[in-house]
Design a protein around this ligand. Structure first.
Ligand code: HXC
Ligand code: NAP
Length: 292
């Protein structure tokens, strides 16, 4: 058994219909692939129709599953409503919504125009709100259960310099996750979130580690486990959280980052750099001070 292997039993998502925003690339594509392997029908959406077509073809061939693609900018309410309608016409129902679409780039905040700030806020927070409200109202009207999985980040709660619009938006998505987990539980709608650490994808790496920043800031060194994430391990967690196996999980944010954010947070975590042979001397120094 390895963490790069699929985890859930065959058919774990059989007959479920899942909408994955941003499902044409990166982590959205990885989750889509695994959901298909587990028997779900998956709707992938993003702004780039050609990319969606290529992904849909590739994943259908690989998995034998059924992918429906809808071009939809999640910032636009009318496009989200149309995406929902198209999905219902095709599959008759929606069981799962994964709010995965995101926009982000590194920049000193004072260099941002107000519209550049909005570009990220609108994709992440407004986009998540649009999809959640549109599909959530449908579930409530139809008296059907549903589950929402939001993809956030660990800086949703720590904040982060140089990605301030993303940090603000992801914090909002986390607040939405926890708020609606309580408010809409009475309708049978569950909300959970995943906070990934570094999982290399082209979309994120091109915008967050451009040029030689990848070599300069080796992400593996930030992680106590000294590696980045594998897409399958995130897909495993996502599949569990949208499946009925996690029926009693609601309002949770699950961090999958190899301990990255805690390494940055613990006051004395820098002592990791002390060589083992120095500890005898340090202990002696500390004990010598005891009586003083
Ligand atoms: C300063 C910038 C900029 C930059 C864009 N802008 N890039 N400003 N520095 N590097 C400004 C533009 O000049 C413009 O300003 C405004 O932002 C909007 O840019 P557009 O290109 O017109 O917007 P749009 O086509 O809507 O594209 C949105 C985007 C883009 C967010 C800017 O990067 C995108 O499409 N991203 C989608 C995929 C993505 O970001 N994936 C990474 C997710 S990773 P004006 O003034 O003209 O309006 C993630 C978390 C990772 O979320 C955590 C890792 C651990
Ligand atoms: P990615 O491949 O760039 O994924 C982002 C997706 O969002 C793209 O498919 C993009 O497609 C779509 N998208 C962007 N703007 C959109 C819009 N307005 N409407 C609809 N779709 C839109 O990057 P990723 O790394 O896989 O990121 C996936 C998720 O994981 C994001 O929520 C990100 O914040 C989160 N995350 C990633 C990491 C990581 O290390 N990779 C870490 C923490 C969190 P189009 O451009 O075609 O629209």
């Amino acid at each position: 058994m390895k963490y790069t292997e699929p985890m859930l039993r065959d058919g774990a998502l059989k007959d479920k219909v899942a909408v994955v925003t941003g499902g044409g690339s990166g982590l959205g594509k990885a989750m889509t692939k695994y959901f298909l392997e587990l028997g779900a029908k998956v709707v992938i959406t993003s702004r780039n129709l050609e990319k969606l077509k290529t992904t849909a073809r590739e994943l259908e061939e690989e998995t034998g599953g059924e992918v429906f693609l809808v071009s939809c900018d999640v910032r636009n309410w009318d496009e989200v409503e149309a995406m929902k309608q198209a999905t219902l016409e095709r599959f008759g129902k929606i069981d799962i919504l994964v709010n995965n679409a995101a926009g982000n780039f590194i920049a000193p905040t004072e260099r941002l125009t107000h519209t550049a700030f909005d570009a990220v806020l609108d994709i992440v927070l407004k986009g998540t709100k649009n999809c959640t409200l549109s599909i959530g109202k449908h579930w409530i009207e139809q008296k059907s259960a549903g589950t929402v999985l939001n993809i956030v980040t660990t800086y949703s709660w720590t904040g982060s310099a140089y990605v301030v619009p993303s940090a603000c938006a992801k914090a909002g998505v986390l607040a939405m996750t926890r708020s609606l987990a309580v408010e809409w539980a009475k309708y049978g709608i569950r909300f959970n979130a995943i906070a990934p650490g570094p999982f290399p994808t082209k979309g994120a790496w091109d915008r967050l580690l451009p040029g030689d920043l990848q070599e300069k800031f080796d992400m593996r060194k930030r992680v106590p486990l000294r590696r980045v994430g594998e897409h399958q391990e995130l897909a495993n967690l996502a599949a569990y959280l949208v499946s009925d196996y996690s029926a009693y999980m609601n309002g949770e944010v699950v961090t999958i980052d190899g301990g990255e954010w805690l390494q940055g947070a613990g006051e004395f975590n820098m002592l990791e750099q002390i060589p083992a042979e120095m500890w005898d001397m340090l202990e002696a120094m500390i004990k010598a001070k005891k009586s003083g």
